[in-house]
Design a protein around this ligand. Structure first.
Ligand code: IPE
Ligand code: IPE
Ligand code: MG
Length: 245
Protein backbone atom coordinates (compact mmCIF):
# COMPACT_ATOMS: atom_id res chain seq x y z
CA UNK A 1 0.00 0.00 0.00
CA UNK A 2 1.26 3.48 -0.89
CA UNK A 3 2.70 5.64 1.88
CA UNK A 4 0.47 8.63 2.61
CA UNK A 5 2.55 10.14 5.42
CA UNK A 6 6.28 9.95 4.54
CA UNK A 7 7.38 11.62 7.79
CA UNK A 8 5.65 8.87 9.77
CA UNK A 9 7.18 6.19 7.56
CA UNK A 10 10.59 7.68 8.39
CA UNK A 11 9.83 7.34 12.09
CA UNK A 12 8.77 3.74 11.47
CA UNK A 13 12.16 3.07 9.89
CA UNK A 14 13.91 3.85 13.21
CA UNK A 15 12.29 0.72 14.69
CA UNK A 16 11.59 2.65 17.90
CA UNK A 17 7.95 3.56 17.34
CA UNK A 18 5.61 2.35 20.11
CA UNK A 19 4.16 -1.03 19.28
CA UNK A 20 0.91 -0.28 21.10
CA UNK A 21 -0.60 3.23 21.28
CA UNK A 22 -3.73 3.94 23.33
CA UNK A 23 -5.64 7.19 22.98
CA UNK A 24 -8.01 9.06 25.29
CA UNK A 25 -9.85 10.99 22.59
CA UNK A 26 -11.02 14.05 24.51
CA UNK A 27 -12.23 17.56 23.70
CA UNK A 28 -14.98 16.99 21.13
CA UNK A 29 -17.50 18.93 23.21
CA UNK A 30 -15.21 21.93 23.69
CA UNK A 31 -14.31 21.94 20.00
CA UNK A 32 -18.01 22.18 19.13
CA UNK A 33 -18.72 24.77 21.81
CA UNK A 34 -15.96 27.05 20.50
CA UNK A 35 -17.75 27.01 17.16
CA UNK A 36 -21.24 27.50 18.56
CA UNK A 37 -22.16 23.99 17.37
CA UNK A 38 -24.00 21.18 19.21
CA UNK A 39 -21.73 18.71 21.05
CA UNK A 40 -22.64 16.00 18.59
CA UNK A 41 -20.95 17.92 15.73
CA UNK A 42 -17.78 17.68 17.79
CA UNK A 43 -18.18 13.92 18.05
CA UNK A 44 -18.80 13.71 14.32
CA UNK A 45 -15.61 15.70 13.62
CA UNK A 46 -13.84 13.43 16.12
CA UNK A 47 -14.84 10.33 14.19
CA UNK A 48 -13.12 11.82 11.12
CA UNK A 49 -9.95 12.12 13.21
CA UNK A 50 -10.19 8.41 13.99
CA UNK A 51 -10.35 7.62 10.28
CA UNK A 52 -7.20 9.69 9.66
CA UNK A 53 -5.46 8.15 12.67
CA UNK A 54 -5.79 4.69 11.13
CA UNK A 55 -3.66 5.96 8.23
CA UNK A 56 -1.07 7.50 10.59
CA UNK A 57 -0.75 4.23 12.48
CA UNK A 58 -0.43 2.22 9.27
CA UNK A 59 2.43 4.40 7.99
CA UNK A 60 4.12 4.65 11.40
CA UNK A 61 4.05 0.86 11.74
CA UNK A 62 2.00 0.76 14.95
CA UNK A 63 0.74 -2.80 15.57
CA UNK A 64 -1.94 -2.12 18.19
CA UNK A 65 -4.15 0.94 18.57
CA UNK A 66 -6.62 1.20 21.45
CA UNK A 67 -9.21 3.97 21.36
CA UNK A 68 -11.22 5.10 24.36
CA UNK A 69 -14.51 5.80 22.62
CA UNK A 70 -17.09 5.61 25.45
CA UNK A 71 -16.58 5.07 29.17
CA UNK A 72 -18.95 3.40 31.62
CA UNK A 73 -19.27 6.89 33.16
CA UNK A 74 -20.28 8.40 29.80
CA UNK A 75 -23.70 6.70 30.17
CA UNK A 76 -24.43 9.53 32.61
CA UNK A 77 -24.45 12.13 29.81
CA UNK A 78 -27.74 13.56 28.45
CA UNK A 79 -29.73 10.81 26.65
CA UNK A 80 -29.62 12.60 23.28
CA UNK A 81 -25.81 12.78 23.43
CA UNK A 82 -25.59 9.09 24.38
CA UNK A 83 -27.91 7.97 21.58
CA UNK A 84 -26.13 10.27 19.12
CA UNK A 85 -22.79 8.73 20.08
CA UNK A 86 -24.13 5.17 19.67
CA UNK A 87 -25.45 6.16 16.24
CA UNK A 88 -22.08 7.65 15.26
CA UNK A 89 -20.26 4.52 16.40
CA UNK A 90 -22.55 2.38 14.26
CA UNK A 91 -21.95 4.68 11.29
CA UNK A 92 -18.22 4.55 11.89
CA UNK A 93 -18.20 0.76 11.68
CA UNK A 94 -20.35 0.77 8.53
CA UNK A 95 -18.30 3.52 6.83
CA UNK A 96 -14.93 1.94 7.64
CA UNK A 97 -15.76 -1.73 7.12
CA UNK A 98 -14.13 -1.90 3.68
CA UNK A 99 -11.11 0.09 4.83
CA UNK A 100 -10.48 -2.17 7.84
CA UNK A 101 -10.66 -5.24 5.61
CA UNK A 102 -8.46 -3.64 2.93
CA UNK A 103 -5.88 -2.58 5.53
CA UNK A 104 -6.14 -6.00 7.19
CA UNK A 105 -6.91 -4.63 10.63
CA UNK A 106 -8.43 -6.82 13.30
CA UNK A 107 -11.24 -5.01 15.11
CA UNK A 108 -11.82 -5.87 18.77
CA UNK A 109 -14.22 -4.53 21.33
CA UNK A 110 -13.18 -4.13 24.95
CA UNK A 111 -15.80 -3.16 27.51
CA UNK A 112 -19.18 -4.19 28.87
CA UNK A 113 -20.83 -5.74 25.80
CA UNK A 114 -24.05 -6.29 27.73
CA UNK A 115 -24.60 -2.50 27.95
CA UNK A 116 -24.52 -1.84 24.20
CA UNK A 117 -27.51 -1.51 21.87
CA UNK A 118 -28.07 -4.91 20.20
CA UNK A 119 -27.71 -3.56 16.67
CA UNK A 120 -24.39 -1.85 17.37
CA UNK A 121 -23.05 -4.90 19.19
CA UNK A 122 -24.15 -7.12 16.30
CA UNK A 123 -22.33 -5.04 13.69
CA UNK A 124 -19.16 -4.93 15.81
CA UNK A 125 -19.25 -8.68 16.44
CA UNK A 126 -19.68 -9.36 12.73
CA UNK A 127 -16.58 -7.25 12.03
CA UNK A 128 -14.68 -8.97 14.83
CA UNK A 129 -15.43 -12.32 13.20
CA UNK A 130 -14.58 -11.08 9.68
CA UNK A 131 -11.21 -9.63 10.76
CA UNK A 132 -10.23 -12.21 13.39
CA UNK A 133 -7.30 -13.52 11.33
CA UNK A 134 -5.50 -10.19 10.90
CA UNK A 135 -2.39 -9.28 12.86
CA UNK A 136 -2.58 -5.47 13.26
CA UNK A 137 -5.30 -4.58 15.72
CA UNK A 138 -7.73 -1.80 16.48
CA UNK A 139 -9.21 -2.14 19.96
CA UNK A 140 -12.25 0.00 20.61
CA UNK A 141 -13.07 0.63 24.28
CA UNK A 142 -16.85 0.94 24.51
CA UNK A 143 -18.75 1.04 27.78
CA UNK A 144 -15.26 0.49 29.11
CA UNK A 145 -13.59 1.40 32.36
CA UNK A 146 -10.46 0.04 33.96
CA UNK A 147 -12.31 -0.72 37.18
CA UNK A 148 -15.14 -2.61 35.47
CA UNK A 149 -12.54 -4.60 33.51
CA UNK A 150 -10.94 -5.63 36.81
CA UNK A 151 -14.37 -6.56 38.21
CA UNK A 152 -14.91 -8.69 35.10
CA UNK A 153 -11.52 -10.37 35.67
CA UNK A 154 -12.28 -10.97 39.36
CA UNK A 155 -15.58 -12.66 38.48
CA UNK A 156 -13.90 -14.97 35.99
CA UNK A 157 -11.16 -15.87 38.42
CA UNK A 158 -13.69 -16.51 41.21
CA UNK A 159 -15.52 -18.87 38.84
CA UNK A 160 -12.30 -20.79 38.17
CA UNK A 161 -11.63 -21.06 41.91
CA UNK A 162 -15.19 -22.19 42.61
CA UNK A 163 -15.03 -24.91 39.96
CA UNK A 164 -11.79 -26.19 41.44
CA UNK A 165 -9.77 -25.34 38.32
CA UNK A 166 -7.69 -22.76 40.18
CA UNK A 167 -6.05 -22.76 43.62
CA UNK A 168 -6.20 -19.25 45.22
CA UNK A 169 -2.54 -19.64 46.23
CA UNK A 170 -1.65 -19.80 42.54
CA UNK A 171 -3.25 -16.45 41.70
CA UNK A 172 -0.58 -14.05 40.54
CA UNK A 173 -0.25 -11.03 38.26
CA UNK A 174 -0.37 -13.29 35.24
CA UNK A 175 -3.76 -14.63 36.41
CA UNK A 176 -5.22 -11.11 36.45
CA UNK A 177 -3.63 -10.28 33.09
CA UNK A 178 -5.02 -13.48 31.57
CA UNK A 179 -8.58 -12.51 32.50
CA UNK A 180 -8.67 -9.00 31.05
CA UNK A 181 -10.81 -8.25 27.96
CA UNK A 182 -7.92 -8.71 25.49
CA UNK A 183 -5.42 -10.81 27.42
CA UNK A 184 -3.09 -11.48 24.49
CA UNK A 185 -2.52 -7.78 23.68
CA UNK A 186 0.71 -6.26 25.06
CA UNK A 187 0.35 -3.31 27.47
CA UNK A 188 0.28 0.10 25.77
CA UNK A 189 3.72 1.65 25.35
CA UNK A 190 2.29 5.12 24.86
CA UNK A 191 -0.99 6.65 26.05
CA UNK A 192 -1.96 9.91 24.35
CA UNK A 193 -4.61 12.20 25.81
CA UNK A 194 -5.92 15.20 23.92
CA UNK A 195 -7.51 18.41 25.27
CA UNK A 196 -4.94 18.91 28.01
CA UNK A 197 -6.63 17.06 30.87
CA UNK A 198 -4.08 15.53 33.24
CA UNK A 199 -6.02 12.47 34.37
CA UNK A 200 -6.50 8.85 33.40
CA UNK A 201 -10.34 8.82 33.60
CA UNK A 202 -10.56 5.10 34.37
CA UNK A 203 -8.68 3.96 31.25
CA UNK A 204 -6.56 0.75 31.17
CA UNK A 205 -5.79 0.93 34.90
CA UNK A 206 -4.03 -2.42 34.99
CA UNK A 207 -2.26 -2.10 31.65
CA UNK A 208 -0.90 1.46 32.13
CA UNK A 209 1.50 0.47 34.94
CA UNK A 210 4.55 1.33 32.83
CA UNK A 211 3.04 3.18 29.89
CA UNK A 212 4.47 6.53 28.86
CA UNK A 213 1.94 9.38 28.88
CA UNK A 214 1.72 12.20 26.37
CA UNK A 215 -0.84 14.96 26.87
CA UNK A 216 -1.46 17.56 24.19
CA UNK A 217 -3.71 20.64 24.49
CA UNK A 218 -4.99 19.94 20.96
CA UNK A 219 -8.70 19.04 20.95
CA UNK A 220 -9.50 15.64 19.43
CA UNK A 221 -11.14 16.90 16.21
CA UNK A 222 -7.98 18.97 15.53
CA UNK A 223 -5.54 16.09 16.20
CA UNK A 224 -3.43 15.74 13.07
CA UNK A 225 -0.34 14.11 11.61
CA UNK A 226 2.00 16.69 13.18
CA UNK A 227 0.55 16.17 16.68
CA UNK A 228 0.78 12.40 16.23
CA UNK A 229 4.41 12.69 15.08
CA UNK A 230 5.21 14.93 18.09
CA UNK A 231 3.79 12.32 20.45
CA UNK A 232 5.90 9.58 18.88
CA UNK A 233 9.06 11.69 18.93
CA UNK A 234 8.46 12.56 22.60
CA UNK A 235 8.04 8.83 23.31
CA UNK A 236 11.28 7.98 21.50
CA UNK A 237 13.15 10.53 23.63
CA UNK A 238 11.95 8.95 26.90
CA UNK A 239 14.08 6.67 29.02
CA UNK A 240 11.87 3.77 30.15
CA UNK A 241 13.40 2.45 33.34
CA UNK A 242 10.70 0.12 34.68
CA UNK A 243 11.81 0.86 38.21
CA UNK A 244 15.46 0.04 37.52
CA UNK A 245 18.41 2.43 37.26
C1 IPE B 1 -14.54 12.99 24.13
O1 IPE B 1 -14.98 14.29 24.04
C2 IPE B 1 -15.53 12.00 23.58
C3 IPE B 1 -16.23 11.19 24.60
C4 IPE B 1 -15.95 11.22 25.88
C5 IPE B 1 -17.29 10.33 24.15
P1 IPE B 1 -15.86 14.97 25.15
O2 IPE B 1 -17.29 14.82 24.79
O3 IPE B 1 -15.51 14.47 26.49
O4 IPE B 1 -15.43 16.49 25.00
P2 IPE B 1 -15.26 17.56 26.15
O5 IPE B 1 -14.35 16.98 27.17
O6 IPE B 1 -16.62 17.82 26.69
O7 IPE B 1 -14.68 18.75 25.47
C1 IPE C 1 -12.67 10.08 28.86
O1 IPE C 1 -13.13 11.36 28.57
C2 IPE C 1 -13.53 9.07 28.16
C3 IPE C 1 -13.37 9.02 26.71
C4 IPE C 1 -12.52 9.70 26.01
C5 IPE C 1 -14.26 8.09 26.03
P1 IPE C 1 -14.18 12.09 29.52
O2 IPE C 1 -14.40 13.44 28.93
O3 IPE C 1 -15.37 11.24 29.72
O4 IPE C 1 -13.38 12.17 30.89
P2 IPE C 1 -13.43 13.25 32.06
O5 IPE C 1 -14.88 13.45 32.41
O6 IPE C 1 -12.81 14.50 31.52
O7 IPE C 1 -12.61 12.67 33.15
MG1 MG D 1 -14.21 15.09 27.89
Amino acid sequence: MAVEYPELAELAATGRVPRHIAVIMDGNGRWAKMRGLPRLSGHKAGSETVRRLLGYCRDAGVDYLTLYAFSTENWGRPPEEVSGLMQLLGNFIADNEKELLAQQIRLRLIGRREDLPAELLGSIERMEAATAGFKRQLLVALSYSGRSELVHAARQIAGQVKSGALDPQEIGESTIAANLYAPDVPDPDLIIRTSGELRVSNFLLWQCAYSEFYVTPVLWPDFDEATFADAIKAYMARNRRYGKV
